[in-house]
Design a protein around this ligand. Structure first.
Ligand code: FMN
Length: 129
């Protein structure tokens, strides 16, 4: 078998799931960040394992509030999802520049995105540095 670089091998991982992680900062700013590094962590309890760069605005909000929501985007949300992945909450307020409509969640104070395929209300239970 031919040996190739890790970078080249990783190209074969596509297609991969994309989720929208919604966060609400301590100051109340709601941010949407798409992530490809996401998988189910366990089924009992149900958990998501997500990989978020430390430099991201959403990373700080998750650590500050210990909660977030996971919204699985529908095809019609592709454009707004990509917009949120190309801009940081450190620089702009993303939501007003999208067609995303947010709805209150039931068990966390971070909202969910209307018309997503499915939404999960999440509390941070562990972190790997
Ligand atoms: C399709 C897609 C997948 C992405 N996957 C990840 C990911 O898994 N982890 C991550 O940290 N950033 C990922 N990003 C980049 C962030 O979404 C992007 O840097 C975003 O602007 C961060 O926003 P924030 O600073 O408001 O949190 C992805 C972007 C796109 C478009």
């Amino acid at each position: 078998m031919k040996e190739i670089s890790i970078e080249m091998a990783l190209r074969f991982r596509h297609p991969e799931i994309v989720i929208n992680v919604v966060t609400k900062s301590k100051e109340g700013k709601v941010d949407v960040t798409p992530l490809g590094w996401a998988m189910l962590g366990s089924s009992s309890p149900n958990t998501w394992a997500i990989g978020v760069y430390k430099k991201h605005y959403s990373h700080k909000s998750i650590l500050d509030t210990k909660e977030f929501t996971v919204c699985i985007p529908s095809f019609s949300q592709a454009k707004d999802t990509l917009f949120c992945g190309a801009n940081s909450g450190w620089k702009i307020d993303k939501l007003p520049q999208t067609n995303f409509k947010i709805l209150p969640a039931k068990k966390v104070s971070t909202p969910i995105i209307e018309d997503s395929l499915a939404c999960f209300e999440c509390k941070l239970i562990d972190q790997t540095k």
